[in-house]
Design a binder for this molecule. Structure first.
Ligand code: G6P
Length: 470
C-alpha cells in the first residue's frame, strides 16, 4: 500500500536549455512544504512538470521522473492557458482570496478545468492500486475527488487545500459553484489550514448542496465526510541547522559587510497580488516620509519570485512594483545608501537562509494567505532568538504565531508603526517573543502536519467501514 499524492504541479519543474531537460525545485508553499516529505515514505507524486512536453519526448520524461518517484501529467499549451492560467488562476485564485473583481468567468475555462481534472484521474489510474491512499492537493483539482470516487468507490481519498476557503457570500458568486463542491466531497477527509476555512466550507456546502452537517461532519449519500483544520508546518530542523553551515555563514558575513549600523528588513514572496507587495512598499515610503530619522538607517531587501507572469494581472503587478521601487529609490537614496534592494528572481536556499539569519525584521503582510510559510521559515532560522516578525492578520500563520507584531495589511499606518516598534524593540522582548514562536514552529512542523492528516484519514475510513457493517 502506498500514498499517492496528486497536485497540479510536481515538486520539481522542467527547464529546457539547448534541447536538454533539467529539473529544478518548484516554487510556492505546497512544493516547498511537502517537497521533501514525500521522499521519506512509500509514496509517489503525480503532477504537471511545468512546461509543455512534445509527445516524442514524453517517454524520456516519464523515465527520468520515475527515478524520483514522480509521475507526470502532460498538459498541452491550450490546457495550460485555459485550465491553469484561466480557471485556476483567473477565477479560483482571486475569488478564494476575496479579490472578486479580478475574476473572469469564462465558459471555456470551465470546460477545460473539467477535462483536465479528468486527465489527472486518467493518469492516476495508471499508477493506483486498489489499496492505495490518495492525497489530492489544492484548488486546481477540486473535481478530482469526485471523479476518482466514481472510478474507485471504496478508495481512501484525502484532500487538502493550501489557500483560504472564502465565506459563502463570496463562494456563491462562482457560476459553477455546486459542481465544484460536489467534486470536492468525493473525498473522505477535507483539510484546510485554519478553523475559519473549515467553518466557511461547512456553511457553504450545507447551503449550496443541501446536505446535513453535525459539528465538522457532512452527511452525503450515506457517506460521512470529515472537515478539519490542519495548519501546515515547515521542516524546522532543516532551516534551523542550515544557518550554521559553512556556506551560509560565509553568505551571512558577505551580506553584512558594509551594513554596520543599518537595520535590515526582509520580504520574500512569489509575485502575487494577494501578497500585499505594493502596500508594503507604500508603508515603507510612509515611514521614510514621517520618520526621516530612519533615512540611511534601514534597508528593505525585497525578493519577489517570478510566478504566473503570463496571467495579465501578474505582469501588470510586476510593472507596478518596478515603478514604485524606482520612485522610492529615486526619491530617498543617497550616493552610498539605497532604501529598497529589489530582486525579481528566485534564490538557492543557502542565500535565503543567510537573509533570514541576517534580517532584523521580517515583513510578511499578505492581503490574504492560506498559511504563509515564509513567516515560519524566518522564525526557524533565528537560532539566537532575536529578530522581529511583522505578520498580517489575514495570513493563516497569524493564528499560531501570536507573538509576532500582528497588523492589518490594508492599514499602512499600522504597518509603519509596527516597523517603528520593531526597530526600537529591546532585545529581551524580541527573545521572549521569538522563543515562544520557535517552540510552536518546532513542535507543529511539517512531519507533524503529514502524520496528523494521514492518521485522521485512516481514522475516518475506519469509522466509515464500521458504519457500513452496522
Ligand atoms: C500556492 C498554491 C500552490 C501553487 C503555488 C505556486 O502555494 O497553493 O498550489 O503550486 O502557489 O504557484 P504555481 O501557480 O506556480 O504553481
Amino acid at each position: 500500500m502506498k500514498t499517492v499524492i496528486i497536485s497540479n504541479r510536481l515538486p520539481v519543474k522542467i527547464i529546457e536549455k539547448n534541447n536538454e531537460y533539467t529539473f529544478i525545485p518548484s516554487e510556492g508553499g505546497l512544493a516547498t512544504g511537502l517537497g521533501d516529505v514525500y521522499k521519506t515514505g512509500n509514496s509517489i507524486w503525480i503532477g504537471w512538470p511545468g512546461i509543455e512536453i512534445p509527445e516524442e519526448r514524453q517517454e524520456e520524461v516519464i523515465q527520468k521522473l520515475g527515478e524520483l518517484n514522480l509521475y507526470p501529467v502532460f498538459l498541452t499549451q491550450e490546457e495550460i492557458n485555459l485550465y491553469y492560467e484561466g480557471f485556476s488562476n483567473e477565477i479560483l485564485w482571486p475569488v478564494f482570496h476575496y479579490l472578486v473583481t479580478y475574476a473572469h468567468y469564462e465558459q471555456t475555462y470551465w470546460d477545460c478545468y473539467k477535462s483536465v481534472n479528468e486527465k489527472f484521474a486518467k493518469s492516476a489510474m495508471q499508477v493506483l492500486s486498489r489499496s492505495d491512499k490518495i492525497w489530492i492537493q489544492d484548488y486546481q483539482l477540486l473535481l478530482l475527488p469526485g471523479i476518482l470516487r466514481e472510478k474507485l468507490p471504496n478508495s481512501t481519498i484525502g484532500f487538502f487545500q493550501h489557500i483560504p476557503f472564502p465565506s459563502y457570500e463570496i463562494f456563491r458568486l462562482i457560476p459553477w459553484r455546486e459542481e465544484l463542491l460536489s467534486g470536492l466531497i468525493g473525498a473522505d477527509l477535507i483539510g484546510f489550514h485554519t478553523y475559519d476555512d473549515v467553518r466557511h466550507f461547512i456553511s457553504t456546502a450545507t447551503r449550496l448542496l443541501l446536505v446535513n452537517s453535525s459539528s465538522n461532519v457532512l452527511n452525503s449519500n450515506e457517506r460521512q465526510i470529515v472537515i478539519e483544520a490542519f495548519p501546515m508546518g515547515i521542516d524546522y530542523d532543516k532551516f534551523s541547522s542550515f544557518t550554521t553551515t559553512e556556506t551560509v555563514q560565509r553568505e551571512i558575513s558577505n551580506f553584512k559587510t558594509g551594513k554596520e549600523g543599518v537595520k535590515i528588513i526582509l520580504s520574500i514572496d512569489r509575485l502575487d497580488y494577494s501578497k500585499g507587495i505594493l502596500e508594503r512598499l507604500r508603508a515603507l515610503e510612509l515611514l521614510l516620509q514621517i520618520h526621516p530619522e530612519y533615512i540611511g538607517k534601514i534597508e528593505l531587501f525585497m525578493i519577489v519570485v517570478p510566478s504566473r507572469d503570463t496571467v495579465p494581472q501578474y505582469s501588470e503587478l510586476r510593472e507596478q512594483i518596478d515603478q514604485l521601487v524606482g520612485n522610492i529609490n529615486a526619491r530617498y537614496r543617497s550616493m552610498d545608501w539605497i532604501p529598497v534592494n529589489y530582486f525579481y528572481r528566485s534564490f538557492p536556499i543557502e542565500v535565503l537562509s543567510a537573509l533570514y539569519s541576517s534580517a532584523d525584521i521580517c515583513l510578511v503582510t499578505p492581503m490574504r494567505d492560506g498559511m504563509n510559510l515564509v513567516s515560519k521559515e524566518y522564525v526557524a532560522s533565528r537560532n539566537n532568538n532575536d529578530g522581529v516578525l511583522i505578520l498580517s492578520e489575514m495570513a493563516g500563520a497569524s493564528k499560531e504565531l501570536m507573538d509576532a507584531l500582528i497588523v492589518n495589511p490594508n492599514n499602512l499606518g499600522d504597518i509603519m508603526e509596527a516597523i517603528v516598534i520593531a526597530l526600537k524593540m529591546p532585545l529581551e522582548e524580541q527573545q521572549h517573543r521569538m522563543k515562544a514562536m520557535r517552540a510552536t514552529v518546532e513542535k507543529f512542523n511539517v512531519n507533524h502536519w503529514v502524520n496528523n492528516f494521514i492518521l485522521k484519514l485512516n481514522e475516518v475510513k475506519e469509522s466509515q467501514k464500521s458504519l457500513l457493517t452496522k
